[in-house]
Design a protein around this ligand. Structure first.
Ligand code: 13P
Length: 249
């Protein structure tokens, strides 16, 4: 049985004061049981969220981590730093980091292995194709290559602890959601690929989220798909009421 997992990705939104007001409001709402919930926030918000979400069952996540423990890497944050904060999850390889900050499948792989071998933090690995790749019918080829490279060198135990977020780049922040059929087709394909690499048991257990313009109006249909276990929500996670509607799908 795979437990539904809905995570918000705040990207570069919300100051500490804004994070505090969101968290106080959001934790006061009645949430449906049995759904895991996380907010992945800018580094400066993490101590605020950890405190504000204590004993609420809501998890706090980072949006990036470096693959070295320490060193001359100006502007970066390491795993020991995240562990001291007590974050429960960490986004890795978001398409915005791949597009604007030189993240490659090689660095994504190193970051995943770092998190999995050095902590109990759940990585949320983002994969997905660009619009021109989808238009050329290359989406499965592109995502298969990402999965192969990003999961390189992992054991089955490590693979199963990794959450995969399928986020077609053309659906991010555009208001253009993939149709439930398109999303399901790709998430089923990803599960099959994980089965080929790590066996059926791992494929049956791994959590796969869909991300890209998820909102209260489309979450139910998306969550009804058999191979979609959750959502990674950008814009709509910034508003506590909208995010509540999503987690209570
Ligand atoms: P939107 O929900 O704003 O389209 O963003 C999706 C996303 O990138 C989540 O990581």
């Amino acid at each position: 049985m795979r437990q539904p997992f809905i995570a918000g990705n705040w990207k570069m939104y919300k100051t500490m004061a804004e994070a505090e007001s969101f968290a106080q409001l959001f934790r006061s709402y009645k949430r449906k049981e049995g759904v895991k919930v996380a907010i992945c926030a800018p580094f400066t918000d993490l101590p605020v969220l950890k405190r504000a979400f204590s004993y609420s069952g809501i998890m706090t996540g980072a949006q990036n981590v470096h693959f070295e423990d320490r060193g001359a890497y100006t502007g970066e944050v390491s795993l020991p730093m995240l562990k001291e904060l007590g974050v429960e999850c960490c986004v890795v390889g978001h398409s915005e980091r791949r597009a604007y900050f030189g993240e490659t499948d090689e660095t994504v792989n190193k970051k995943l292995l770092k998190l999995l071998s050095g902590s109990q933090i759940t990585p949320i690995l983002c994969v997905g194709e660009r619009l021109e790749e989808r238009e050329a019918g290359r989406q499965t080829e592109v995502v298969a290559a990402q999965i192969e490279k990003d999961f390189a060198g992992m054991t089955e135990d490590q693979a199963v602890r990794t959450v995969i977020a399928y986020e077609p780049i053309w659906a991010i922040g555009t208001g253009k959601t993939a149709t439930p059929d398109q999303a399901e087709e790709m998430c089923a394909f990803i599960r099959k690929k994980i089965g080929e690499l790590f066996g059926q048991e791992t494929a049956d257990q791994i959590i796969i989220q869909y991300g890209g313009s998820v909102k209260p109006a489309n979450v139910k249909e998306i969550m009804a798909q058999p191979d979609i276990d959750g959502a990674l929500v950008g814009g709509a996670s910034l508003d506590p009421e909208k995010f509540l509607e999503i987690v209570n799908f």
